[in-house]
Write a protein that binds this ligand. Structure first.
Ligand code: TXA
Ligand code: MG
Length: 318
């Protein structure tokens, strides 16, 4: 994994201290990071992303001390998940301290917290000495970036980006909330429901784990992660001329120049390559992307991959 020179990391820290936002590599996707306790930096995250204020940010920490700057209380089940999956692709929604502004949480009483497992992100947060708010570094509703170049392209080189190499996981973190004796998976990711269940049972904690989109965070919208040209989901082995006949009127396409998105058969690699694949198709000269819905369900990571593809799609013909 390429490591930016320490002068680059220091430059990023200096910019963050000045209230700027910067591109930060993480193992899931790249983030657009700013000082969570600097209101104007947080404003800048929303304005740079063109993100509506109703969609709350998640906050990145480097150690347990940082967590206590943000949250009132860490329930026992959350402690078990932290111990098992941090640093890593898991965001926990916890009751916030009053020091975390309503702007960060969109007025919710909870805040999303994650400890990323990327050496550059960890070094950056340690050196900065305080937690960083960071949504994925893409324009609102668009495909998340998994390389430094994706971030530079997205913001037309107006944002300083630390290059930590391609994101290893390639999908945004699993987002988990706690309601009574239930753990709700608001957004599926590389930490799966089954992995959470096993960790909780081993710790002797009885908690139900359910997949359920959040109705408290309006950020979980129907359409998200969208490439710059429409994406169509079709049945495996679908006849492409039938797809064309069905899709062209619906999507009002005057031409038909499809690009196929081929998913790798290994879900770990399919996840890692998903967003760069969508970008490659968008930039290929095609005007529509077609992906075949496979029947592969043996691995829960496919669930997260298809969650993203379904939200990214303009049309589903399955
Ligand atoms: O892997 C990731 O999570 C990446 C990297 C950069 O860490 N970040 C990321 O952030 O995907 P973002 O903002 O694109 O997605 C965070 C999701 C949003 O859907 C938001 O609605 C949800 O987390 N969220 C944040 N705070 C929440 C809260 N207090 N309650 C419920 N959902 C929340
Ligand atoms: Mg995002």
């Amino acid at each position: 994994m390429p490591r930016p020179p320490s002068t680059e990391i220091q430059k990023a820290v200096d910019l963050l201290r000045q209230g700027e936002v910067i591109g930060m590599p993480t193992e899931t996707v790249y983030g657009l990071a700013g000082d969570v306790f600097n209101e104007s930096a947080v404003q800048k995250i929303f304005s740079t992303k063109q993100r509506p204020f109703f969609d709350p940010l998640i906050v990145h920490v480097a150690n347990a001390e940082d967590v206590h700057k943000l949250v009132e209380d860490v329930p026992a089940a959350a402690q078990v998940l932290m111990k098992n999956f941090w640093p890593g692709p898991l965001t926990l929604i916890l009751p916030k301290k009053s020091s975390v502004s309503d702007l960060v949480t969109s007025g919710l009483t909870t805040v999303g917290v994650r400890m990323p497992n990327h050496p550059v992100a960890r070094e950056l947060i340690q050196l900065f000495g305080s937690p960083l708010a960071a949504p994925s570094a893409n324009l609102f509703g668009r495909t998340s970036p998994t390389t430094a170049k994706h971030v530079q392209d997205e913001f037309k080189h107006s944002v300083f980006v630390l290059d930590g190499g391609p994101s290893e996981i390639g999908l945004e973190s699993t987002v988990v909330g706690f309601e009574n004796d239930t753990i709700l998976i608001y957004r599926p990711g590389a930490v799966t429901a089954q992995m959470a269940r096993v960790a909780l049972v081993r710790a002797g904690i009885s908690f139900e784990v359910l997949e359920k989109e959040s109705n408290v965070a309006p950020g979980h919208l129907q359409h998200h992660y969208m490439p710059s040209i429409p994406l169509i989901i079709v049945k495996a082995g679908a006849d492409i001329s039938e797809v064309e006949n069905a899709a062209r009127p619906t999507l009002k396409l005057s031409e038909w120049r499809p690009a196929n998105l081929n998913l790798h058969s290994d879900p770990v690699i399919a996840a890692r390559e998903l967003y760069s694949g969508l970008r490659r198709c968008s930039e290929s000269g095609a005007n529509v992307i077609v992906v075949e819905k496979s029947q592969r369900t043996e691995n829960e990571l496919w669930f997260a991959i298809w969650n993203r593809l379904e939200k990214a799609a303009s049309l589903s013909l399955v």
